[in-house]
Design a protein around this ligand. Sequence first.
Ligand code: LLP
Length: 382
Amino acid sequence: MKELIKKFEQYQTPFYWYDMELLGNTLRVIKEESSKYGFQVHYAVKANANLKILKKIKEHGFGSDCVSGNEILRSAEAGFASDKIVFAGVGKSDEEINIGLENDIFAFNAESIPELEVIDELAVLKDKAANVALRLNPNLAASTHEYISTGLNENKFGINLMDMDEVLKVLEGLKNIKLCGIHFHIGSQITDMDNFKSLCDKVNGIQDWFESKNIKLEHINVGGGFGIDYENPDKNPIPDFKAYFKVFADNLQLRPYQQLHFELGRSVVAQCGSLVAKVLYVKNGVEKKFAIVDAGITELIRPALYKARHEIHNICSEEVREKYDVVGPICESADFFRKNIMLPTTKRGDLLAIRSVGAYGQVMTSRYNLRRIVEAHYSDDV
Ligand code: LLP
């Protein structure tokens, strides 16, 4: 720990810290467990788009899952093969669709009839065929925060199943679209495996429907969403990928000619990242103290947006534990990381590590209050 503190003291706080060894170990487990069944994993770039992290993920042979033109360009820069890039999103702009076409990506996950028409129109102009998977909304509840649940009819995502007949009719006229598969994503931070089993059951029914129409789909993409243990980052640094992939192997009735794809984000990178902040002031409150740190919602918005609870460790103190609210400097009452958390006696200058923030941490930072853009440092930096 002393070594780490010495290393951290040379950096300007707050900063993101990535444990690259843990990332490597996580990637090895994902590779091992997914390869058992020949599953294809695409990393969801939206979780963390740092080039160094992307390059490491790419080295392990994964594809990428993008939700913007810039993510496609970033994936290409990191070396991801274009035929392993999938592109989802309810509102793809013409410019972004063109980026996908120019890069000959593996598949557009299309979310509506008007989007299919625009993809076709732009593909015609380029004299190209666009590979398209239909993103279907399975109308399935996922046990997670409402803001990160995506698979219900009330959500804006995907094509509703009742519109499928019409979609097929429209597709007949779209000659520059090649229907290659179907795609689903029911939500994020899902730890109850029954949710994924229900998804498999839904997909099985939908597969039968396509078969009854004599449509052969080569690819089934079940999205991402596998959750992590935010409460015990040290005890469970690597999610149970063995159990996760097994749910799909056991329950999804893949046809012999079909390939199963995943789009994993959080479960790949969340545990390898910490946000390191310095304590600026400790002030007395009623029956507790406030530890005011130099990071705020601008560096990590998850607690404010999703009521997310991240573990916090004071890496400079092992004294007796006291109750604190760990709060940021931003003029918003939502600017806190944890309330009523027990920490070792904390003083000005201590470094706090806010854990499990490798996913949806740094990528969601903002410059509100004209804050400085936060930097990243890596355990294998020399
Ligand atoms: N595929 C699609 C189509 C998605 O929308 C997402 C995430 C993923 C894959 C990756 O899901 P994951 O494996 O990371 O759960 N900012 C929120 C999470 C938003 C997730 C949005 N979609 C958070 O901080 O919890």
